[in-house]
Design a protein. Structure first.
Lengths: 739, 157
């Protein structure tokens, strides 16, 4: 046994890779993982990978299913490296435990990967990976599903490597039995096969012996040319239970004795509860308790509609926290004031930076995007049971199960091990359930603590969900550029407002010799948070609008202008060429129709959209078609990946056409879908997605489709009408010619 | 008050106010949680069920209005094997988060029962559900395959 272990490790060393000087799977953790997440007849071979006596391979996924298909993609990556029969594989949600946290990924795998670069992993992991240095075990108690990272981080640096290590362990067990060399074996169809004799062993019969080996952190990975599962359109494993109502989301949890809670939060941000007259609901049926919190009132009843109706009739009095004068207009004024307050510090420059603007004719433009709500179809909710003996059990969708568990523990003043958190599938999330955006958990836990030994399900009504979100920030950006003789930019300066810091996503891919970027902080009482594609959701619109304006100012075709600025960016250029070819760029169109183009790279993926729009003489806009070319390196499940881009395009389209959260009197003015419209079937254009395979590292899938939609459409509107939209959403503007 | 309902072919007795919304009666009294809460004002369609075969938004429907009616929920239409619409939803890989799809499938099923080959405009006019994941192009593809009479694998005959 010992000699085999040496063989496995020295094989990795011979390949010239760095070996993490840290036990990949210290023996103490195997037993703990088995106790936490293995059923009888199953055992863990490596992080995330269980194999049972009946050959079933189960991948324990440290993420939340919020609809992006990652369970299927990660299972494909694991099954591929293992050589498993697809029909004998399963995926499970990992327990919210540090053993299955991002920290495990970082310390166990990511630190040893020579191919890992700052660009190949999402920002939220960078601090841990790159600050770790010699302190290998810098721990991260988070389990985030975000940053379009599940496949390109957990998959590439974690699950796939653990699966390959498990394959080597299975082979070692077979080699031990036959006393044959390791390289005489391969795996296929959930069997280990001895090449010379053709003798076969089922995974299940080897698993117990294989689990006694130590997994290598640097197993040999399958070359892409040998993939049989990765790169295939395998139907998503979660879909059958989503067509018959079987999937249980957080809102569907039923706990014996459960009561229901509805909430009214101070409409003005920061307002504190002054008083509430609950005598008005004293005669209502089923009311259990009225809970007065610092900034909210919660009504608990035996049925949700009873709680909701009672909450609706309560008229709590809240303070205004001095925010009663805050409005969209006042925030806009503060943005412009901040941008006009010179000098602005430039945190990043290229070439001579802003100095290159001096004594030159300037093109100057200001763009703006509004606040946006996530508006996932499942309103935020959580069910909590606080036992007076000092334990808490919570059921909810969250983009970080472990972090949510710790947050609930802190809220209830308990230790982590006194809290059980059941991570439920989410009916959409789009950033709404990330750490820091957990008001629904905080309120549910407070309600449970106020009503001990009673399970309480708190559901935000749509009104509360829309008015107490953490919004995509309202951002204003001012560009200044000068042009060289051929019309291309010689200097590019972008100064923009920010709620919390500078944005790397402002930086352009276009080749401009002098660039400068400056973020100007404007503090408002409005809570903000990540929203599908985060910074790129605004910078994509700003940059792609401004580059289009510069092209037109120079009298050049916007496509040809972009080509000229991407000469040394072959991947971007290839995506651009594919998009325009598929869209028929330059081919004649019916009257009143025009095309617009936009390109955004984010989360390691390049997306180019061509929008075809029609603007009637009355100024009515119809988006007919979006053609998208996407380079994500490689799509693990191309059809599933395309579905993400299609959906992200629709998400971007709602924002472009009519997405806007406005403030008046310190409060959000929108209340429900009738005044926060979202795209429906009738307004959805034809969407075509073309995926480019390249040798680039895998890019993200969930978010990159969103940013280019809005500028592709507004650039098309300009081409059709000469009207330039610099402030979203589009429906704020008249598109009638001469208007 | 005691109210007699007929849900998915079964007689069910509930004790609720006459104006309790059908949605919450289905979800919390009958434990049929496939029908979803999205907006509470009949705007998004996540709560769509069939009442005597017609698609209705159950969040704004008082339970007293459906006492003698045949109510069908998402759990009912697939009770004897996948319906053609459900099977097409799988073969076109329509759902993402899946939360709105119960309502969408109910709306599409009701539409196709009366008009097996709707035009794209008819589909857009009659199926007004919100899908935040943006699965509309796949819904369209699935409906046009059904309209063309395509045999969908997995559907009951």
């Amino acid at each position: 046994m010992i000699s085999r272990r040496k063989v496995l490790l020295s094989g990795a060393a011979a390949a010239g890779t760095f070996i993490v000087g840290y036990a990949l799977w210290p023996s103490g953790r195997i037993g703990r993982a088995d106790r936490l997440a293995a059923k009888p007849g199953e055992r863990f071979l490596a992080y995330w990978i269980k194999i049972a006596d009946d050959d079933i391979v189960t991948v324990v996924i440290p993420h939340c299913d919020m609809g992006t298909g990652i369970f299927t993609a990660l299972l494909q990556m694991a099954a591929e490296e293992l050589g498993a029969d697809w029909d004998k594989t399963r995926a499970e949600t990992a327990p919210p435990d540090p053993l299955f946290a991002n920290g495990a990924l970082v310390e166990g795998f990511a630190l040893g990967q020579a191919s890992m670069t700052r660009d190949s992993i999402p920002a939220f992991l960078q601090g841990s990976v790159f600050a770790a240095g010699n302190r290998l075990a810098q721990f991260m108690d988070i389990q985030v599903t975000g940053g379009s990272s599940a496949v390109r981080t957990t998959g590439v640096y974690g699950v796939r490597i653990a699966a390959a290590a498990a394959r080597e362990m299975l082979i070692a067990a077979a080699a031990d039995r036959l006393k044959a060399p390791l390289d005489a074996f391969y795996t296929e169809g959930s069997q280990v096969i001895h090449k010379p004799s053709g003798q076969r062993f089922r995974f299940g019969e080897l698993a117990a012996a294989a689990a006694r080996y130590r997994p290598s952190s640097h197993p040999a990975l399958k070359p892409r040319s040998e993939y049989t599962l990765v790169g295939r359109d395998i139907p998503r494993i979660d879909i059958p239970a989503k067509v018959n109502g079987a999937t249980q989301y957080g809102i569907d949890v039923q706990v014996p004795g459960m009561q229901y809670a509805a909430i009214k939060i101070s409409p003005i941000f920061g307002g504190k509860l002054i008083s509430v007259n609950d005598a008005s609901i004293a005669g209502n049926p089923g009311i259990k308790k009225v809970i007065k919190l610092e900034d909210a009132v919660i009504v608990v009843a035996d049925r949700f509609w009873r709680a909701q109706r009672a909450a609706d009739t309560l008229e709590p009095v809240f303070g205004d926290a001095g925010n009663a004068a805050v409005s969209s207009t006042s925030i806009r004024e503060r943005h412009l004031e901040a941008l006009n307050r010179q000098p602005i510090k430039h945190e990043f420059s290229v070439g001579a930076g802003a100095k290159a603007l001096q004594n030159q004719a300037l093109v100057e433009r200001v763009y703006q995007v509004p606040y946006l709500a996530h508006a996932a179809m499942e309103p935020v909710n959580a069910t909590a049971l606080y036992q007076s003996a000092g334990t808490l059990e919570v059921w909810a969708g969250s983009q970080d199960g472990l972090g949510a568990r710790a947050f609930c523990a802190k809220t209830a003043k308990l230790h982590l091990d006194q809290v059980i958190f059941h991570l439920m599938p989410s009916g959409g999330a789009f950033g709404r359930r990330l750490p820091g955006l957990w008001n629904f958990l905080a309120y549910a836990v407070q309600a449970a603590v106020a009503l001990p030994d009673t399970p309480v399900k708190l559901i935000f009504t749509r009104d509360q969900d829309l008015r107490h979100d953490y919004y995509r920030p309202n951002v204003t950006s001012r560009f200044k550029a000068t042009r060289s003789a051929d019309g291309t930019p010689s200097a590019w300066v972008n100064e923009y407002t920010t709620d919390n810091g500078s944005n790397a996503e402002a930086h352009i891919v276009y080749e401009v010799p002098n660039q400068a970027y400056g973020a100007v902080k404007v503090v408002t009482p409005v809570p903000v948070g990540p929203w599908r594609s985060v910074e790129s959701s605004w910078h994509g619109f700003f940059v792609e609008s401004f580059i289009d304006e510069l092209a037109h100012e120079a009298g050049r075709d916007p496509l040809e202008y972009r080509r000229a600025l991407l000469k040394r960016k072959p991947r971007h250029l290839a995506a651009l060429e594919l998009a325009v070819q598929k869209a028929g760029w330059g081919e004649p169109l019916a009257p009143r129709r025009a095309r617009g183009i936009a390109m955004v790279e984010c989360f390691g993926t390049i997306v180019v959209d061509v929008a075809e729009v029609e603007v009637s003489d009355e100024g009515t806009l119809k988006v007919h078609r979006i053609t998208s070319a996407v380079d994500c390196g490689m799509a693990v499940n191309p059809d599933g990946f395309k579905a993400q881009i299609e959906g992200a395009i629709v998400f971007g389209l709602s924002a472009a056409l009519y997405g806007e959260i406005t403030l008046g009197g310190g409060a959000v003015e929108q209340q429900n879908f009738p005044n926060y419209p979202l795209v429906r079937l009738a307004d959805c254009p034809a969407i075509e997605v073309h995926v480019i395979e390249s040798d680039a590292p895998l890019g993200g899938g969930g978010e990159p489709g969103t940013p280019p939609v809005a500028p592709a459409i507004t650039n098309a509107i300009f081409a059709a009408t000469g009207i330039r939209i610099r402030e979203l959403p589009i429906n704020k503007h008249s598109l009638k010619k001469g208007a | 008050m005691q109210i007699q309902l007929n849900v998915n072919g079964h007689a069910r007795q509930v004790d609720v106010e006459a104006d309790a919304p059908l949605l919450w009666v289905i979800r919390d009294e009958l434990n049929l949680t496939g029908t979803k809460f999205g907006c509470g004002v009949g705007a998004c369609g996540a709560c769509t069920v069939h009442v005597n075969g017609k698609p209705m938004r159950s969040c704004i429907l008082p339970v007293s209005a459906v006492v003698d009616a045949q109510i069908t929920t998402i759990e009912g239409i697939g009770a004897e094997g996948l319906s053609a619409v459900q099977a097409a939803w799988i073969s076109h890989q329509v759902p993402q988060c899946g939360y709105c799809q119960s309502g969408v499938i109910m709306a599409v099923s009701a539409l196709l029962a009366g008009n097996p080959a709707p035009t794209e405009d008819q589909l857009g006019t009659l199926v007004t559900n919100i899908c935040r994941c943006g699965t509309y192009t796949r819904m369209r593809a699935a409906v046009s395959a059904l309209a063309a009479g395509a045999q969908v694998p997995g559907a009951r005959k």
